[in-house]
Design a protein around this ligand. Structure first.
Ligand SMILES: Nc1ncnc2c1ncn2[C@@H]1O[C@H](COP(=O)(O)OP(=O)(O)OP(=O)(O)O)[C@@H](O)[C@H]1O
Ligand SMILES: [Mg+2]
Length: 278
């Protein structure tokens, strides 16, 4: 049992613990000395950072600074050249065998990957499946959930994203904003501990952006999912995140609360970047 005395110093008022027994304030995601190169291009440079459980972190920074690469590493779509990444107490792409850290087998990677959901700029829905089936497909086939249970949960998630009247439509019959909301419901259907969002509104017509951001604000408020978000929507970042990390050339320039980073950054590079996106 956690007691208020378990609360890390400096964070009075933190909830003592979460449903799975982790202590609030503990990192759910940890990057340790992560370097990623493409040829001679060092895209992430000896990167160290953590994301606390149940918190929402926004990554900002200029094009090419490595934000998407971080999310792709978390999805195991790419591997670090050096360093390790831990999610919920397990290594990504590594596993412990006989006390040694070795490259992970596919079974280990699959198990860790299930903890992480991602929504991309392009929605990538299954075009030949109706909305409901887009949301039930992975829970049934990857998690082995009963079809009835998967459908019941999917209906709830589709309601959450405001698409109940579109359950039986195909993706091509929906607007971009509606498709993106299906993609969000589909990611949540896998009950991820971590939700990664990569510029999820940047392919949308401007009038559709607010609806998608409202759905995400709602999810941030009403669930305990840890979120890592890349966005150029600074007011959204301010609303949902407890922490903002400013990247440049694969390094963290500075990090802090949205208030600090957006109102009073320490670094000229951050000021310069923020004035270019406002
Ligand atoms: N598959 C790849 N092969 C070669 N280089 C890559 C690959 N993926 C990314 N890069 C390079 O890595 C760097 C970081 O790219 P990344 O997509 O992470 O940037 P970003 O911060 O997400 O940028 P943006 O804001 O434009 O989305 C860039 O220089 C990019 O050209
Ligand atoms: Mg990117």
């Amino acid at each position: 049992m956690n007691t208020p005395n378990d609360t890390p110093a400096g964070q009075p008022g933190e909830a003592g613990g979460t449903a799975d027994g982790r202590r609030a304030g503990e990192d759910l995601i940890t990057f340790t000395d992560v370097t990623k190169r493409f040829g001679d291009n060092v895209v992430l440079d000896d990167l160290c950072f953590g994301v606390e459980a149940n918190k929402h972190v926004t990554l900002i920074g200029p094009s090419g600074s490595g934000k998407t690469t971080i999310l792709r590493l978390l999805m195991t779509l790419a591997k670090p050249d050096e360093g390790t990444i831990e999610v919920d107490g397990e290594y990504l792409t590594h596993e412990r065998k006989n006390g040694k850290l070795v490259p992970a087998g596919e079974a280990h990677n699959r198990a860790v990957r299930k903890k992480i959901g991602m929504v991309f700029q392009q929605f990538n829905l299954f075009p030949n499946m109706r909305v409901l089936r887009n949301v039930t497909e992975a829970p049934v086939h990857v998690l082995g959930m009963e079809k009835d249970e998967a459908e019941e949960r999917a209906r709830g998630l589709i309601e959450l994203v405001g698409l109940t009247e579109h359950l039986d439509k195909y993706p091509s019959q929906l607007s971009g904003g509606q498709q993106q909301r299906v993609a969000i419901a589909r990611a949540l259907a896998m009950r991820p501990k971590v939700l990664l969002l990569d510029e999820v509104t940047s392919a949308l017509d401007p009038e559709l952006v607010a609806g998608v951001l409202d759905v995400l604000r709602d999810i941030a408020r009403s669930t305990d999912i840890t979120m890592v978000c890349v966005t150029h929507e600074m007011s959204f970042a301010r609303d949902i995140s407890q922490k903002v990390l400013m990247f440049d050339q694969g390094k963290i320039v500075e990090s802090g609360s949205p208030d600090k980073i957006f109102n009073d950054p320490d670094h000229e590079r951050t000021r310069e970047f923020l004035s270019s996106v406002h």
